[in-house]
Design a protein around this ligand. Structure first.
Ligand SMILES: O=C(O)CCC(=O)C(=O)O
Length: 269
């Protein structure tokens, strides 16, 4: 499934669309994973819409130890292997499982961001994103083509819409509101059917600037995968919730492997 063409597109554009990557059986596993996880929120559960009801915009990650269906998906689905083939690495580890639900009426949305600065790792990594519902024009994630090669790092913005998550110290810059001058960029958007997925470089700038379609709740899965050789590097106070948890519960140490009991190596050549 991962051809030279797919790899070339990922390398040049920062994102590639894979059609029909997951069959109905896997979509059902993901739907049940989200349902079960939502009913039993874990330590990383977050409600981005706590101040903006009625529609809830929420998500959870690192749920696989508690949620059998997520465990099945990360260990047995083709996802990790696809990530490894696209990144062209010898092995692949989990960075996060992560589901997101945007209920009808939710006003919060994913800000412009790069995933890289939200997580404490050095090394190549990517994001595999899919919707359980069809993603129509203007409803999905919007990418700035080639932005993974800019060599700029943007301070993570809160998904609750409250601004940057940390102080703007070098090398981090405030994320511009790219919506204001989108015509200066080459923009990539994809209409997707359930089963299609996007794989994008962790440094590719993207966001979900449009509101959810009226009257519809959407469920999305964001799997993050890294080169199995990725190392652990603390970024700053804005990642400390995750960092403290990984250090305390899984004993990872700065400069050492990022892979650990929670973030297993899932695939190798
Ligand atoms: O699914 C969404 O609404 C946005 C997901 C996203 O941008 C991300 O997980 O990096």
């Amino acid at each position: 499934m991962i051809t030279e063409d797919v790899r070339r597109t990922y390398d040049s554009d920062g994102v590639v669309c894979m059609r029909g990557a997951f069959d109905a059986g896997w979509l059902d596993v993901i739907a049940r994973a989200i349902e079960n996880s939502r009913a039993n929120p874990g330590p990383m559960y977050v409600d981005y819409s706590a101040d903006t009801r009625p529609g809830t915009y929420c998500g959870d990650f690192w749920v696989w130890p508690q949620v059998q269906e997520m465990r099945d998906f990360i260990f047995w689905s083709p996802a990790a292997g696809m990530a490894g083939e696209v990144m062209d690495v010898a092995s692949v580890m989990l960075v996060t499982d992560n589901w997101v639900v945007r209920e009808a009426g939710a006003v919060n949305r994913a800000p412009w961001h790069q995933d890289g600065p939200y997580f404490d790792l050095d090394g190549r990594w990517c994001v595999l994103w899919m919707g359980l519902e069809p993603v129509g024009p203007g409803e999905g994630v919007v990418f700035l083509k080639g932005s993974h090669k800019w060599e700029r790092q943007f301070m993570p913005e809160s998904f609750a819409g409250t601004g940057p998550k940390g102080e703007l110290v070098a090398p981090y810059e405030r994320t511009p509101d790219f919506s204001e001058d989108l015509d200066r960029h080459e923009v990539l958007e994809f209409e997707l059917e359930p089963g299609d997925c996007l794989i994008f470089d962790a440094h590719c700038v993207h966001g979900a600037p449009n509101p959810v379609p009226p009257g519809r709740t959407v469920r999305r899965l964001t799997m993050r995968f890294a080169d199995g050789a990725a190392t652990y590097r603390r970024r700053g106070p804005w990642t400390s919730d995750m960092t403290d948890y990984l250090e305390a519960e899984y004993g990872i140490t700065e400069g050492g492997p990022f892979a650990c009991g929670l973030l297993p190596v899932l695939w190798s050549r």
